[in-house]
Every structure is written in structure tokens, then in C-alpha cells.
Design a protein around this ligand. Structure first.
Ligand code: THU
Length: 132
């Protein structure tokens, strides 16, 4: 992954936090997914019925897929604390569906980052090949 693209994804993820709806946790998250040369962003959207809320990564990926972009090469996620934000288990599985070799850029609130692959974060994930 080129440094320039990595930095762009980090910036987009940090910026996407501004629309986060997080009145319960007060933890704003932004995500940006790369599909070819297109970037789709998302934020966490919480709900008074807590489990109804959606994470930033799934919001961004659903935007990409619903616009016709299914091949996600990389995803960045940025939290709003000094701790690096890593995708939750459900988001790992959700992202794995759209590229088992995806690059995942995990960021803190200042854009400090660590880079993983989805397979590192979700070893032996369940994919369409598992049902063959
Ligand atoms: N959250 C995300 O959006 N992405 C993550 O990677 C971790 C958690 C959200 C869910 C919830 O709105 C809030 O952060 C606290 O868990």
C-alpha cells in the first residue's frame, strides 16, 4: 500500500468521525474504505436500543457495496482516544467478506496508526469458500 494512499485513508477516517452519532458511548469512530480509486467513509451510528447501532467500518463498507463497489482493498478506522482503535469482531467478519487479503489501518485520535491484514485480525475467518 502506497504511503500517500495510506495517509489519505487515515485523514478520511479521522474526518468521518465528525458525523458520528454516539450519544451513548461518546466514542466517535470514523472509517474509510478503498475500492479501486474510490473512497467511501462511514461513522458509528448508535441507537437507544444499543444493539441496533452500527460501527463505522460496517457503515463505510455498506456504502461502498450499495454503490456497486464490492472489492475493498483497504480500510482505515480511527477512534477518538489515544488508544489505537481496532475493528470489533463483527466488523472483522463483515470486512473479510469483501477481500480476504484486505489491509486494515487502525488509528488513534491523532492519526497514529498500525497496519494489519484482515487475516491477522481474523485468523481462519469464515468465507464463501468455507461452504464448498
Ligand atoms: N465502534 C466502531 O464504530 N468501530 C470500532 O472499531 C469499535 C467500536 C463503535 C461502536 C459504538 O458506537 C462505539 O464505538 C463504542 O463501542
Amino acid at each position: 500500500m502506497e504511503k500517500e494512499i495510506t495517509e489519505k485513508l487515515i485523514k478520511e477516517a479521522l474526518d468521518a468521525r465528525s458525523n458520528a452519532y454516539a450519544p451513548y458511548s461518546h466514542y466517535k469512530v470514523g472509517a474509510a474504505v478503498l475500492c479501486g480509486d474510490r473512497i467511501f467513509t462511514g461513522c458509528n451510528v448508535e441507537n437507544a436500543s444499543y444493539p441496533c447501532g452500527i460501527c463505522a467500518e460496517r457503515a463505510a463498507a455498506a456504502k461502498a457495496v450499495s454503490e456497486g463497489f464490492r472489492e475493498i482493498t483497504a480500510a482505515a478506522v480511527a477512534g477518538s482516544s489515544a488508544e489505537i482503535c481496532t475493528p470489533c469482531g463483527m466488523c472483522r467478519q463483515f470486512l473479510y467478506e469483501f477481500n480476504e487479503n484486505m489491509t486494515i489501518i487502525c488509528c488513534d485520535d491523532k492519526g497514529g496508526s498500525e497496519i494489519h491484514t484482515i487475516k491477522e485480525l481474523l485468523p481462519r475467518g469464515f468465507g464463501s469458500g468455507s461452504m464448498k
